[in-house]
Design a protein around this ligand. Sequence first.
Ligand code: ME8
Length: 523
Amino acid sequence: MAEKFYITTPIYYPSGKFHIGTAYTTALANTIKKYKKARGYETYLLTGMDEHGQKIEQVAQKNGKTPQEHVDEMAEAAQKLWELMEIENDDFIRTTQPRHERVVAEIFDRLMEQGDIYKSEYEGWYCMPCETYFTETQLVDGKCPDCGREVKKMKEEAYFFNMKKYAGRLIQFYNDNPNFILPESRKNELFNNFLKPGLEDLCVSRTSFDWGVKVKKDPKHVVYVWLDALTNYITALGYLSDDDSLMKKYWPADLHIVGKDIIRFHGIYWPIFLMALDLPLPKQIYAHGFIMMKDGKMSKSKGNVIYPEPLIERYGLDAFQYFLLREMSFGQDGTFTPEGFVDRFNFDLCNDLGNLLNRTIGMINKYFAGEIKQYPEKCSDIDKELEQFANGVITQVEEYFDTYHISNAVAETWNLVARTNKYIDETTPWILAKEDRKEELQSVMYHLVENLRKIAILIKPYMTHTSEKIFAQLSIPEELQTWDSLKEYDKIKNITVTQTPEVLFARLDPEVEQEAIKEMMKV
Ligand code: ME8
């Protein structure tokens, strides 16, 4: 039976249009899902929207809408974006859906009954945008430690979750599962800054607003948005519902992908809620870094926000995803600049990959009327060395994908592109042709096609269209397009490549395109 792989994105706040940061998280999760699928896993990708809370209530009001109208519109826009990005999500959970709300209320009730949630009074500093209370000592210069904005002193009757009860178990879990949180630096941060000093009980209800799940036995209280939101990962699978077959099949999650801003909620509160519910903990949580702009964080007021749609429309989905996945190193921040985007397009995609395909097809047409017969009877040392190099790349790419070092997997694949280009310079096919060294020339053409085939398989999880174009132009049969066929070197037989190669990525005029991208940021 196939192994399962359940992967999630955060459920996003519908507070504004999704920018490339949100698109990055979703593209990353989708890429990992597609890789796992190619490796034979039965996969399930969940994304969705976090629609409750005071912030949403306020945004709706500002737009002259009811919260429900607002979130409905945003959900439609989000799903349109995921369609444009060809995200293969298996479900789209919205926290306002009855299937979710009912279970959240029930979970709260249950935790109250078993004594993990108790009623008390809360007084503290409240950050409205983050919907989080802080103690005096947690504030930084009297402001919110997370977002740096003003906080307000508030006091309310509230329910608390007994975090202290589970802290020891969580510490033990961290010790027993050293790879639970990736990257390690984030785990150390959580461990040293939050777990080690001792957890405070968490305030898990609000009375200051209405837009949320009501506490069943005390409906003037609304369930804290994070307790509400985090449970999406199980409500979507049918936890506590009549049909919980997905829950049985897919829980625990194999990977929660989150940005570094919300690792505390996922790495501490979520595991503890799960312990209280007596459910297994997710296997891994990966916190990625942030896409930054030259002048810092993206923000509407700075006029430096860039949205995915115009980039995809002008440069294609593959180039867009290539840039994001390549530029964002494991767990680190990356920077979006128009110059960087155009350079990657022109150098990596157009010069390196596009030209390799074009040159290869051109030469096969010129020297062999487009035909590749079979694996050569005799290979040169350079051919053999190239084969070994390709095998090394494949092993390395798999390792990078398996450990979610996606930018390394992409860069490693481009090492194979570069090595294959170099192979043309080393073997000088034009001289082989001139000297009528047919056999050697045939072998070179075979190896070029074979490497392009491998490259097309390796990029398929994030550059599906390009991959398909390469297969089509080289007429690679379907059975040689699979991940399983990657390590084969000698299976290509009697193929005829296209006579009219299509350019994969047409060279961009840097000045014109940088300007065009800058214009996109002004909208
Ligand atoms: O936090 N670069 O929702 P959210 C990279 N509803 N990723 C970015 C980014 C950037 N500049 N900006 C945002 C929430 N993200 C909660 C989640 S989950 C149970 C509840 C991504 O809409 C990143 O993944 O604020 C971050 O964690 C997420 O968007 C935050 O989305």
